[in-house]
Ligand binder design. Structure first.
Ligand code: NAD
Ligand code: UFG
Length: 336
């Protein structure tokens, strides 16, 4: 298949590009480089042994998008492009609705015009809001607790309406839990600008000495050790989930709109992640327990049964591999 990856030079997109290209697909990247660097594309090329095409453009630019879809005879789109910082979305909701929701509308119009009807969308476990039960399965009620989450929910609903209106669409919304880790080569990974919002990149920077200590947000949750529990998933497993979703959409069952959780089904606490990182890196990761972070839930983890049954996909890599790969990547970043 010829596959266009919007946001393809970002953290998850670059790993998916490797997995899809290694499975024999022709992959074209489309990214406005607002949160990624051109250099990532050359490192993806080093992993693959051949260069991928990057079209530098915004998903809100319909003409360029249409040209990309036609010139590369695209069969399917994987839509990673979007803004993802929860706090920033609270401060700048219109920016988030414009980039994420309007951006997706523009993409769908361009796909419609060019006759491309297969889409995999990067959704998030955030669409479940405050968990009413665990593990979270795809039937759990959806709700949004911030503009970022609302943008994901709006997009999922828009995609569902579209699939209902026209039976030729094949759409999979992949609800990622907590993607972490890096490619085994150590050449690509997550490299946030400024102070990391998320736990794993923060721990990695403490281990290298770039930051003093991890602030553990809350030690009094109703969890085994009092710290927040999440379903961390290795980005390489996540990347393979996209391959499985594209194969499913291409099958007879793929018609219509579908949602799948991509998680491991296991929860790990903040302290467990810190300890695993210490084991993987051989470095000390000092931490202090501070107040809870607003908006955080105690525990969130997936039921991944639906993806296992329908996509034939399940996560293979555990927390130790996630930490080891994040550490390898962090050391590579230190030399850049
Ligand atoms: P990322 O920021 O590393 O990658 C997103 C890429 O999209 C970047 O390269 C950026 O330059 C590009 N982009 C943003 N807006 C664009 C636009 N308007 N036009 C073209 N390109 C644009 O983020 P990521 O972690 O790789 O996330 C990818 C997707 O997965 C996002 O939609 C995100 O919301 C979703 N997601 C991420 C996580 C996570 O924890 N990383 C969790 C759940 C869902
Ligand atoms: N945490 C700390 N210290 C930090 C950072 C995080 O203790 O410096 C804790 C959090 O309180 C939480 C856990 O580590 O218990 C994981 O936090 P992350 O920020 O790494 O991840 P979240 O689960 O909060 O959020 C992620 C994505 C969001 C998405 C959400 C639900 O970053 O975009 O999952 O899918 F909305």
């Amino acid at each position: 298949m010829n596959i266009l990856l919007t946001g393809g030079s970002g953290y998850i997109g670059s790993h998916a590009a490797v997995a899809l290209a290694q499975a024999g697909h022709k992959v074209v990247l489309y990214d406005n480089l607002s949160n990624s660097q051109l250099d990532v594309v050359s490192r993806v090329g080093r992993i693959l042994g051949y260069p991928l095409v990057l079209i530098e453009g915004d998903v809100r630019a319909p003409d360029l998008l249409g040209q990309a879809l036609r010139e590369h005879s695209i069969d399917a789109v994987v839509h990673f492009a979007g803004l993802k910082a929860v706090g920033e979305s609270v401060a700048q909701p219109l920016t988030y609705y414009d980039n994420n929701v309007t951006g997706t509308q523009c993409l769908l119009r361009a796909m419609h015009r060019c006759g491309v009807r297969t889409l995999v969308f990067s959704s998030s476990a955030t669409v479940y809001g405050e968990p009413r039960y665990l593990p979270l399965d795809e039937r759990h009620p959806t709700s949004a607790v911030n503009p970022y989450g609302r943008s994901k929910l709006h997009i999922e609903e828009m995609l569902s309406d579209l699939a209902l209106s026209d039976a030729s669409w094949r759409i999979a919304c992949l609800r990622y839990f907590n993607p972490v880790g890096a490619h085994e080569s150590g050449l690509i990974g997550e490299d946030p600008n400024g102070i990391p919002n998320n736990l794993m990149p923060y721990i990695a920077q403490v281990a290298t000495g770039r930051r003093d200590r991890v602030s553990v947000f809350g030690g009094d949750y109703e969890t085994p050790d009092g710290t927040g529990v999440r379903d961390y998933i290795h980005v390489t497993d996540l990347a393979h989930g996209h391959l499985a979703a594209l194969n499913f959409l291409a099958s007879a069952s793929g018609v219509g709109w579908h949602a799948f959780n991509l998680g491991t089904g296991k929860g790990h606490s903040v302290l467990e992640v810190i300890q695993a990182f210490e084991r993987a890196s051989g470095m000390k990761v000092p931490y202090e327990i501070v107040a809870r972070r607003a908006g955080d839930v105690a525990s969130s983890y997936a039921s991944s049964d639906k993806a296992r049954h329908m996509l034939g996909w399940q996560a293979k890599l555990g927390l130790d591999e996630m930490c080891a790969s994040a550490w390898r990547w962090q050391r590579y970043c230190a030399q850049l």
